[in-house]
Design a protein around this ligand. Structure first.
Ligand code: GAL
Length: 417
């Protein structure tokens, strides 16, 4: 948010949103794929049952990049929605500028401090006040595979990067796309992140991207990460330019591609297509990252409106998101695990059970990592710059590795400007 000039800011705040009338709430989000829409529909229904009107403002595309751009324009012209999907350090950025309403009273009533792990709640507060409500914990470092394709080729899901390359070679020879990837910068950066986790290990990854250590950002491990990343390109298909993530997942669902490395919202697509975990599709940690958990937490924030108080509809929405029934329903179809620590995991499939175990294990061994590609580790300025550098490197074999490392360093450090 450092890019808002004080003048624009004053303008935005002075004309701050029209109050929504009483019981309706306009919600800006980017959950538009089959699995995502199914998941958020549960919440719309619950709001309706409670007598509130959900006005949907869904902006599809690029894992939220388009939605956030729209939100910025609306907020700066004094017309923000009542609620919006924002996560990670960006919550602080919006909060510090005074745009967000506190939901402390709901948090107190529902005892969020006891229900939500500290690692999560730190993201949700600005100056000690809750301004965001969390939905879930997504694990980003997954590999999704079509069981039938692997069977036909006669290979096991790869557990290490070396295994990945030997398996991918065989899949390619058998005429399938080994790795489904859509050529959008955030998808490419997701793949880069998962390779970096495997190659650098948690400590070095943390040093580079969280502590923003200049040497770690240009180390030999970073070079190796980029080399592996570039080597993977030959296993993707030529139709990838511009393809969105859910169409990319469909390639695996339909047996055209064997694997996709993507967060567990991909599972939502398999489920929406009527596929079964363990039978039709397999979920394995991204090669070389079995001990790590790259986390991505979805959350909604509430914008201040004309009224000084949070509206009843905003409060109801905040409350329902942490309702135990909603936590189960939503996460069953979204692919993530509940963010409440007291939800019974009975009835969740093997992927979700594994995810929960991996989360607990990673928390106990210091292997929890804020996702780099999903706005959890770095602020918006860095995120945009990083997407650009990574994408340029991946798509042009002439782009030099040393130059790219310098640009990665500059992108990550951009947050400090
Ligand atoms: C992420 C979001 C997920 C998701 C994905 C693709 O940023 O956290 O919930 O569904 O984008 O749209």
């Amino acid at each position: 948010m450092k890019r808002f000039s004080p003048l624009i800011l004053a303008f935005g705040l002075a004309f701050s949103a029209q109050a929504s009338d009483g019981n309706d709430v306009e919600v800006l989000h980017w959950w538009t794929s089959g699995g995502e829409a199914r998941s958020v529909d549960t919440l719309k229904e619950m709001m309706k049952r409670e007598g509130h009107v959900w006005r949907d403002f869904a902006v599809a595309g690029r894992a939220g990049e388009s939605a956030i751009n729209t939100l910025r324009i609306r907020a700066l012209s004094g017309n923000p929605p009542d609620a919006a999907q924002i996560k990670g350090p960006e919550i602080q950025e919006w909060g510090k500028l005074g745009f967000l309403a506190s939901v402390d009273d709901v948090a107190k009533e529902q005892r969020w401090n006891e229900l939500v792990p500290r690692r999560v709640s730190d993201y949700l507060k600005v100056d000690g006040h809750y301004v965001a409500v969390p939905f879930n914990i997504h694990r980003v470092n997954w590999l999704w595979a079509n069981a039938d394709v692997l069977n036909k080729v006669g290979v096991q899901p790869p557990q290490t990067l070396d295994e990945f390359f030997s398996v991918a070679e065989k899949i390619k020879a058998a005429g399938y796309i080994p790795l489904a990837l859509g050529n959008e910068p955030w998808q490419e950066t997701t793949l880069f992140e998962l390779i970096a986790l495997a190659v650098m290990g948690t400590d070095e990854f943390h040093k580079a991207f969280i502590e923003q250590d200049s040497d770690a950002l240009t180390s030999n491990k970073m070079r190796e990460t980029l080399e592996v990343f570039r080597r993977m390109k030959q296993y993707t298909d030529i139709d990838s330019p511009g393809r969105n993530w859910s169409d990319t997942t469909s390639l695996v669902i339909d047996g055209k591609a064997a694997m996709q490395m993507m967060g567990d919202w991909a599972k939502g697509e398999f489920l929406a297509a009527g596929k079964q975990a363990g039978k039709d599709f397999l979920c394995i940690p991204a090669p070389g990252t079995a001990n790590q958990f790259s986390f991505n937490i979805d959350s909604f924030v509430f914008f201040k409106n004309g009224a000084t108080q949070t509206t009843e509809s905003q409060k109801m929405l905040a409350k329902l998101i942490l309702d135990p029934n909603f936590q189960r329903e939503f996460n069953l179809s979204k692919g993530s695990i509940p963010v409440r620590v007291d939800i019974d995991m009975a009835g969740f499939d093997a992927c979700a059970q594994d995810s929960m175990q991996a989360f607990l294990r990673a928390a106990a061994t210091d292997n929890l990592v804020a996702s780099l590609s999903h706005n959890m580790a770095i602020g918006r300025a860095s995120q945009i710059a990083l997407f650009d550098v990574i994408s340029r490197f991946f798509n042009d074999d002439n782009v030099d590795i040393d130059e790219t490392m310098r640009h990665i360093r500059a992108a990550v450090l951009a947050d400090r400007l």
